[in-house]
Design a protein around this ligand. Sequence first.
Ligand SMILES: Cc1cc2nc3c(=O)[nH]c(=O)nc-3n(C[C@H](O)[C@H](O)[C@H](O)COP(=O)(O)O)c2cc1C
Length: 153
Amino acid sequence: MNITVIYGTESGNSELIADDLGAKLRESGDDVTVFDLQDFDPADMTADTLYLVVCSTHGDGELPNTALPFAERFDATPPDLTGVRYAMFGLGDSFYETYSQGSEHLDRRFAERGAERIGEYGRHDASSWDLPSDVALDWLPGVLEAAGLTRTA
Ligand SMILES: Cc1cc2nc3c(=O)[nH]c(=O)nc-3n(C[C@H](O)[C@H](O)[C@H](O)COP(=O)(O)O)c2cc1C
């Protein structure tokens, strides 16, 4: 199955996670592409691809800079996402009352247009001692299992 990892970031953490997820998936032989959301068109989302979405939170619970053009295109021309499956990994800092809400702006949009979220909603808390990619790589197997993509390693 095709897998596309899309990330929205402001200071680079989400990009690092997306690259590490892409590298892990390639090790297993998956056909995987990684895009910054600012370079990705919502109209290109299709049901034959699994989307792993990695997105941080900035401002006061808002989307990070590179996710903003994507959200604007999405709202201008809402795509039909019937049959599209995606998994969500949000970044934030529990210091903020708006913890991890950036990714939820995308999650809400996808759900409203008929896409199905699979697996657990992954989160990384910058106030924790956990390394972002470690948390994301621990989250990945559950998502692949939910997608019916079992792995031996
Ligand atoms: C100026 C600023 C504002 C932030 N606002 C929030 C916020 O409202 N809610 C939250 O959960 N995290 C917030 N964060 C934390 C970031 O989401 C967190 O550091 C994340 O790992 C950044 O990922 P990125 O490098 O991919 O943008 C903020 C960070 C900065 C620097």
